[in-house]
Design a protein around this ligand. Sequence first.
Ligand code: ADP
Length: 423
Amino acid sequence: MSTFLGCIADDFTGATDLAGLLARSGAPVSLRIGIPTEPPNNTAPFEVIALKIRTSERDEAIEEALAAQRWLSRAGAQRFFWKYCSTFDSTASGNIGPVSEALMNATQADQTTYCPAFPENGRAIFMGNLFVGEQPLAESPMKDHPLTPMRDSNLMRLLAPQVSGNVGLVNRLAVARGAKTVRDSLDQLKAKKIRHVIMDAVADSDLSVIASACRHDPLITGGSAVAMPLPDLYAADGLLNWKDGMAQQNPPEAQTLVLSGSCSSMTNAQVSHYINLGAPSYKLDPLELADNGTKPVLEWLAAQNLSSAPLIYATADPESVKAVQKKLGTAAAGELVESVLAECAVVARDAGARRFIVAGGETSGAVTKALGVTTLDIGAEIAPGVPWTYCTSNGERLAITLKSGNFGTEEFFSYAPKILGQT
Ligand code: ADP
């Protein structure tokens, strides 16, 4: 099978989120961590390349996005999707706009659309203004983000300084009239040389209208939600038929390790809940690790029965994290914890673990890197934006789920294995 839609995501958990939503259709979806070094071979109809370019230097971001686009194009992609965060995370100069313009040139698109709306997660766009729940973006917690503080809620004003072409809007009144009106509005804007168009959307039905109107455009940009209707639209057009070529994934043995390096509030609740259920657990203390190394945790791991899905966690409340960061330094503490969790993953794999539940965006990056995983085939969804994935590590087929901080409900760790069942 060759690829039809090629997607480029500006960060890792955003790529997982997009891949999970595309896979809701039942279509085969593969996620590549970074630009693949091998030429494309037997790729999925939906391919997502996870980059880490949200806050990179602009030229570097463009170069990587173009290299990803070239690989996807060689894989057969005829349409492209540029995925960024549903809160339009970017600095005053980029990288959403500059990467869009570079991809427009590469895909010969003379216009593209921007729709970060994700109604299921409370992100809506009205008259070009982005809302997080009921708050305008610039009044939401995003205003204080350490890397990309969002101080304006108007997407046209945010995008204009990032691009050289003109910026316009297809507003909610047009979207409410349906796909034909949206298409006509886009064509009218194109005639006025408006190359960058913000799309209003407040509900999933708006996203279906937009996806339907834009499905033949060479390049669509946005959050993950506007891409969700695309597989079924392409299938209905007769452009794709994955039902014939769908490979059934057999879950590997229920030898499981849960690793948590996220300290976000939802992960704290998930860890407490799992321990309260009686799961075997080991708490990593970064200060003790710095002094005594990994021998104690590795000995504990070796003594575990992996069929009871033991948990190793560094997850801690904000006060303890601050205290550790003060002593070890923020970056050093983070790297220490990530490297220990990654080492535990490799040791567990060698001891027979075939399922991994990993909490934390950076932690997920460290664990997949240590396991030597570069391609993930997307499986069943556990929570919105968090699917099971399948990959190969050192010749072994693994199921792995990578959960970013605040995703999932409290029961996530005990619920995830139920989706795969016992084998
Ligand atoms: P999230 O998705 O919640 O942001 P990440 O894995 O991306 O989670 O980031 C959490 C960071 O905090 C990682 O770098 C991790 O190593 C670090 N960390 C985890 N536990 C602790 C701790 N107890 N003290 C200090 N840093 C920690």
